[in-house]
Write a protein that binds this ligand. Structure first.
Ligand code: PAF
Length: 281
């Protein structure tokens, strides 16, 4: 597995792949890898000739400096896991390499960033678009693979790719869960043992909400989900929104045949987790 630290070294590798007409599958990450990331690598390997991952903790997408400071980092273990998973190459730039000067670009996501993560983490998606557009520029992938756990992020990246006219297929891959239902996330390793025991309630509640959609209104379902999770005493729901899968706008009632997604953000102590499920009639 080749490891590149600079865009110049990476560029030579990418050019040689293109000369040999190899398709490139790209998995951008912020490291602290888990099985969810490895499933993205597996999808990329299946669908491309060359699989390339990046590891870069992008400062511009953190609206909370403490979150950036505490974000888990373990490069040596990440590299071992990528090697084991059969990844062909890794791009691991430092901050100066990705931001030689301040990125002042402001992206327009046509309203997709107005709710949920966008509303609760100001500037977050603009930072994501800044780094992903820079990485796309450096890697020039044919396909890029993202986890569906970050449902809104996938929509934002699709929008950005479209607006910039980039010939890249954005592939959303299914959420990977622990045996107890917790969606895999790099932040899970920051949970205290008490909170770790409490957090399976999030997915359990979302699953139950899917069946309750047949008997409750959207408003009643939101209230029920928030109460059920908050009643644990250890978890605090920041939002639970049921949105249209395409527009990401909150729905006010269920319509048969329409695809909706129930998206949640929950504080477990100082750790903020997100998850989502489809909720359809
Ligand atoms: O989902 C992530 O890990 C990050 O938001 C991404 C896409 C790697 C950009 O920094």
């Amino acid at each position: 597995m080749q490891v590149f630290k600079t865009k110049i070294e990476l560029g030579v590798f990418i050019a040689s792949c293109k000369t040999r007409s190899k398709t490139i599958g790209f998995v951008p990450t912020m490291g602290a890898l888990h099985q969810g990331h490895l499933s993205l690598i597996a999808f990329a390997k299946k669908e491309s000739d060359v699989t390339l991952a990046s590891i870069f903790v992008n400062p511009t997408q953190f609206n909370d400096p403490n979150d950036l400071k505490n974000y888990p980092r373990n490069e040596a273990k990440d590299l071992e896991m990528l090697l084991e998973a059969g990844c062909d190459a890794v791009f691991m730039p430092n901050e100066a390499e990705m931001y030689p000067e301040k990125d002042t670009r402001i992206f327009d996501f046509d309203g997709l960033d107005q709710q949920m993560e966008g509303a609760h983490r100001p500037g977050h998606f603009n930072g994501v678009a800044q780094i992903v557009s820079k990485l796309f520029d450096a890697v020039q992938p044919h396909k890029a693979f993202f986890g569906q756990k970050d449902f809104q992020q996938v929509a934002i990246i699709r929008k950005m790719t479209q607006s910039l006219n980039l010939p890249i297929d954005i592939i959303a891959c299914p959420i990977v869960r622990e045996d107890d239902g917790l969606a895999m996330s790099s932040r899970n390793q920051l949970l205290s043992s008490e909170h770790r025991k409490a957090v399976p309630l999030i997915y359990k509640t979302l699953q139950k909400a899917r069946t309750l959609a047949y008997e409750k209104s959207v408003g009643q379902l939101q209230e029920w989900v928030e109460e059920t999770i908050n009643d644990s005493g250890l978890l605090r729901v920041e939002y639970f929104e049921i949105v249209d899968e395409q527009t990401l706008l909150p729905i006010s009632s269920f319509t048969a045949g329409k695809n909706n997604v129930g998206c949640i953000a929950v504080w477990a102590g100082k750790v903020r987790l997100i998850d989502n499920v489809t909720i359809n009639l």
